[in-house]
Design a protein around this ligand. Structure first.
Ligand code: GLY
Length: 367
């Protein structure tokens, strides 16, 4: 087992390994009597061993959520709050989440808001949630106006990444999770890229020691970034801070919206990173080889690097996406801002690129 300590005002540990439910009581603490087990409802059987262990020790309230983004609504959060109220949940009780990113986001938000904050431990079940959503304290729900517009920063008391859980993850979901991992390679840890480039991607399974190292490295990247800039206020010494985690996300979010979220996040991120690299190359900030490496690294793990038509086969133009890019959280007024690289692991901001540049970069990913 590897433990990564996430420092800051509310420090916690992220444990990476296999079968460590025994750690849970120690992380939850002596005072906890009731545990709200917030889990992705469709994972029922996978959740049972952990649920049984909790039931042996605590008064457990099991709250099964709808799948995916359908969990991240005010109505679902309200159902959880009502259930906690009925059970007499106090400030010294705790939430345990078990599921993918939507479950950690919703469960984390319920924990952040109930009595202005109770302890939460995340047990992510997808690669994407292990390397991204479960670490860093972002919680939230969606509203009619967009994704994650209501939420809170609420750091977990601990995160348990049980790699054995990845054994039941569909291959496409595992591959999609690698999108965020490869992104971490470009923004901060080139060793991730070397590992990806020298490993047969078919061997990256739940049992793979290389996958374990990739997970550890991606979590270390995220941990370092959030410790330095938890609330995305900006980094020191010209580093963009937590915004670096959004590398590739400006176009990715626009693609996800255009697809009505029918595309996997990690797939959209892969295309978005290739686009950001192309923008930086055309702006004279990134060398040709590093831009080309984006394409090969994401393709090697099985991710898309072009976006010419939707998953239902309709041709996509730049104009279909630019509107959504303008409402990206990084945009300021009418000016678009992109996280780009000035070189490998040298993130910076490209503010107000010309429309011509934006279109030209799009041509490179729509070819
Ligand atoms: N997923 C981006 C962040 O945690 O800031």
């Amino acid at each position: 087992m590897t433990t990564i300590h996430v420092g800051g005002a509310s420090p916690y540990d992220v444990h990476i390994g296999r079968d460590f439910a025994d750690l849970l009581p120690g992380i939850l603490g002596e005072q906890v009597q009731r545990v709200a087990f917030v889990y992705a409802g469709s994972l029922g059987a996978l959740a049972e061993p952990l649920l049984d262990r909790l039931v042996d020790r605590y008064e457990v309230l099991a709250l099964g959520l709808p799948d995916g983004e359908a969990a991240k609504t005010a109505a679902v959060a309200n159902d959880c709050w009502e259930a906690l109220g009925e059970k007499g949940f106090t400030r010294s009780d705790a939430v345990v989440t078990f599921g993918g990113g939507a479950t950690t986001d919703l469960g984390g938000f319920v924990a952040a808001s109930w009595l202005r904050g109770v302890r939460v431990v995340h047990v992510p079940t997808t690669l994407l949630a292990m390397v991204d959503a479960a670490v860093g304290g972002k919680t939230g729900i969606n509203t009619g106006a967009g994704k994650n517009l209501v939420g809170a920063f609420h750091e977990p008391a601990g995160v348990l990444c049980d790699l054995a859980l990845l054994g039941s993850l569909p291959r496409e979901e595992l591959v999609a999770g690698l999108g965020e991992v490869v992104k971490c390679g470009f923004i901060a840890d080139p060793r991730i890229l070397e590992l990806v480039e020298t490993t047969d991607p078919e061997t990256l399974t739940a049992e793979s020691p290389v996958l374990e190292e990739l997970v550890e490295r991606a979590i270390r990247v995220k941990a370092e970034v959030v410790v330095a800039d938890l609330k995305e206020a900006g980094g020191a010494d010209g580093h963009p801070g937590r915004e670096v985690l959004n590398y590739g996300h400006t176009l990715a979010h626009a693609i996800e919206k255009h697809e009505s979220y029918a595309i996997r996040h990690g797939e959209a991120v892969a295309i978005g990173c290739v686009y950001a690299a192309e923008l930086a190359r055309l702006a004279g900030r990134l060398d040709d080889a590093t831009a080309a490496r984006h394409r090969t690294a994401f393709e090697r793990v099985g991710l898309p690097t072009t976006y010419a038509s939707t998953s239902s086969g309709q041709a996509v133009t730049f104009d279909d996406l630019v509107g959504a890019m303008r409402v990206d959280k990084k945009a300021r007024g009418s000016q678009l801002r992109f996280l780009v690289l000035d070189g490998l692991a040298k993130p910076s901001i490209l503010a107000g690129p010309s429309e011509e540049l934006l279109r030209e970069a799009f041509r490179a990913v729509s070819a």
